[in-house]
Design a protein around this ligand. Structure first.
Ligand SMILES: Cc1cc2nc3c(=O)[nH]c(=O)nc-3n(C[C@H](O)[C@H](O)[C@H](O)COP(=O)(O)OP(=O)(O)OC[C@H]3O[C@@H](n4cnc5c(N)ncnc54)[C@H](O)[C@@H]3O)c2cc1C
Ligand code: SF4
Length: 593
């Protein structure tokens, strides 16, 4: 079994249909197929083969505009995102408001593996507080599970995909079990300076957690831990782990990794799932809606073949939506199912984002050196003001973390631009000297914080507009609350204090929250829209992503998250998907589905 045509899939019988092949679909299909379930994966995007399509070694100078971002390729010419971005041709979305502050930006990636081919690979666990936020401060919703329910699945996902980091035992920043994390990479010079000066301000700086192999995975130990009692799965995984190389610390992860040293669904989840012989994938398969059995259960799905425009119908015992949070919401709304609570589309969330950067004279004129490292987070600051916040001293609820940018990565279009505020504007030889002097002396702070679900942020079906396949599209409503605005202002103020402590300077002063905050959706951590809960009247699914109204319909992407902690959501999505798939397997084995 492997890639099949729509016509071939029509003729076969499957246990489970999985819609989408990103982090959620990949994890769901992996767990199901490794345990023997026959899975059909339907992916709207095209087939994508990282081993031959990844432009790892090309320089920015090899690309048009020196690789700079364009509306079609916002993250640059070589970025791994194919057929995606803030806009997808022929597949619009609309906003209920013309006010830019109330517009939601929606990023999609129409390709096998979805956004996991590009993503930042920052993989932080939610902590115990993050599962019970309402109990802590009376805002938002508690999850129907606690940290202890998900901890074993965080361990499993980290062992499977490979995550580096350290265990620091800090408040609400959980440790992984011993032997789970890979060693963190050496910090960059700028990170070390941030760490040294932050200490004076009592701000912690610790190793980041990212899904990158700093060493090869232990193929003898890990498969036994991940698949106890399943010799076939252990063998497949052991063989596959040996085909993944360790990172060689020199190329941009956002282009993908052909040596499979970082996590992409296409390089980590799908290869072993294919090797089980239990996975069929149809690409260019745009799912429109869920079909219903006479008894009210899910029968299967209807999808459009993007290449031919023809409609297909497939059936299975179980249907899983893993099309990314808001695409799954769209499918649910277009199907008119699983919505007796009226909560489908409600409580969509992104991560709060505000950036701040500065220049540090101490980092000028550094000797030539390569600081690419793992091309992402080496160190970061977890939220640290829990006590002050609980005592009401901050004026906003919920925390954020800082991701640091800095060092000397591969030069691009903007490397020596925007120096006028430092040198008054130079050209010729002086400009070249300045470019060398300042290269690598800038530090950036990306504050990433928790958004509280609110009644003003939701998606609905646009009554008029359809996409090029004739499928009704989403219309968004969006409004940040005072908590998020307060948080964004605090991010910039604190980043400025750290830059001050580094002896640095900045061209723009910290701003008020409404100016500092990024537009909704810009951080690309959208979750919610079909939240889990313990009350069917107030939620769409239970803690397994199983719809209250349709017992054989599951959602394993971020749509079920009922809060969006400051921790980037994908590791949590994968841990939930593993737990959910295990639950499905149990129900199927007991013939309860
Ligand atoms: C630039 C960028 C940086 C990021 N950095 C991080 C980070 O560092 N850490 C982090 O935690 N998260 C990060 N994210 C977010 C992360 O990529 C997502 O949280 C994650 O990919 C979600 O997984 P998913 O499977 O739900 O969705 P996706 O990965 O988007 O996959 C969904 C798949 O479903 C397919 N699909 C959609 N609709 C249909 C349909 N109707 N029929 C069939 N198939 C369909 C899509 O084509 C896609 O392939 C980042 C995202 C971007 C874009
Ligand atoms: S930095 Fe490492 S993980 Fe990232 S693309 Fe390069 S080799 Fe792969």
């Amino acid at each position: 079994m492997s890639f099949v045509s729509a016509a071939e899939a029509d003729k076969k019988a499957y246990d489970v249909i999985v819609v989408g092949s990103g982090a959620a679909g990949g994890q769901t299909a992996y767990t199901l197929t490794m345990d023997g379930a026959r899975v059909l994966m339907l992916e709207a995007g095209r087939r994508y083969e990282p081993a031959i399509e990844t432009p790892m070694m090309q320089t920015n100078g090899d690309a048009p505009l020196r690789g700079a971002g364009t509306p079609e390729k916002p993250f640059g010419f070589w970025d791994a995102t194919i057929d995606g971005g803030w806009g997808v041709p022929g597949e619009p979305y609309t906003s209920a408001s013309d006010d830019p502050a109330r517009k939601f930006m929606w990023w999609r990636a129409r390709m096998l593996g979805g956004r996991t081919n590009h993503w930042g690979r920052i993989s932080l666990r939610n902590g115990p507080y993050d599962f019970k936020p309402y109990t802590r401060d009376g805002l938002g919703f508690d999850w129907p599970i606690g940290y202890e329910d998900l901890a074993p699945y965080y361990d499993k996902v980290e062992m499977l995909i490979g995550v580096y980091g350290s265990n620091e035992g800090l408040e609400n920043t959980p440790n992984s079990s011993p032997g789970v994390l890979l060693p963190p990479p050496k910090p960059r010079v700028s990170d070390l300076l941030i760490q040294q000066r932050s200490k004076k301000l009592n701000i912690p700086v610790i190793a980041g957690h990212r899904a990158v192999l700093t060493t090869r995975l232990d193929h003898q130990r890990l498969p036994k831990l991940l698949h106890p009692g399943n010799a076939k799965a252990q063998k497949i995984l052991a063989e596959d782990m040996q085909k993944r190389a360790a990172c060689f610390f020199a190329t941009p992860c956002g282009r993908g990794c052909s040596i499979r040293a970082n996590y992409q669904s296409t390089t980590v989840h799908l290869p072993p799932a294919f090797d089980t012989g239990n996975l069929d994938v149809v690409t260019d398969a745009m799912v429109r809606s869920i079909t219903k059995r006479k008894d009210g259960g899910a029968e299967g799905v209807v999808y459009i073949d993007r290449k031919t425009g023809t409609e297909h119908r497939v059936k299975a015992r179980v249907v899983v939506l893993a099309a990314s949070a808001l695409e799954s919401v769209r499918i649910l709304l277009n199907s008119g199912v699983a919505n007796s609570s009226g909560k489908v589309g409600k409580y969509i969330m992104d991560t709060v984002g505000a950036n701040f950067s500065g220049q540090v004279p101490l980092l000028e004129n550094m000797p030539l050196h390569n600081e690419d490292g793992v091309d992402g987070l080496h160190l970061y600051t977890p939220w640290w003001l829990y006590k002050e916040q609980l005592a009401g001293k901050l004026g906003f609820a919920r925390g954020y973390h800082f991701e640091f940018g800095g060092g000397r990565n591969m030069p691009g279009m903007g490397t020596a631009s925007g120096l006028e505020w430092l040198n008054g504007g130079t050209y010729g030889r002086k400009f070249k000297e300045d470019a060398r002097r300042y290269y690598g002396s800038f530090v950036g702070f990306a504050g990433r914080g928790e958004m509280i679900p609110n009644e003003d942020c939701y998606a609905e079906i646009d009554p008029k507009v359809k996409d090029k396949f004739g499928i009704p599209i989403l219309r968004f409503h969006w409004k940040w609350s005072e908590h998020e605005l307060g948080q964004a202002a605090h991010m910039q103020k604190t980043a400025a204090e750290i830059i001050d402590a580094m002896g640095g300077r900045y061209s723009v002063k910290p701003q008020s929250g409404d100016k500092a905050i990024k537009q909704g959706g810009v951080i690309i951590h959208e979750v919610g829209g079909a939240i889990m809960g313990s009350d069917p009247k107030k939620s769409v699914t239970n803690s397994y992503g199983q719809c209250w109204d349709m017992k054989n319909l599951f959602i394993t992407d971020g749509a079920t998250l009922c809060s969006n902690a400051d921790k980037n959501p994908t590791l949590t999505i994968m841990a939930l998907a593993w737990r959910s798939a295990e639950h499905m397997l149990g129900l199927m084995k007991r013939k309860e589905l």
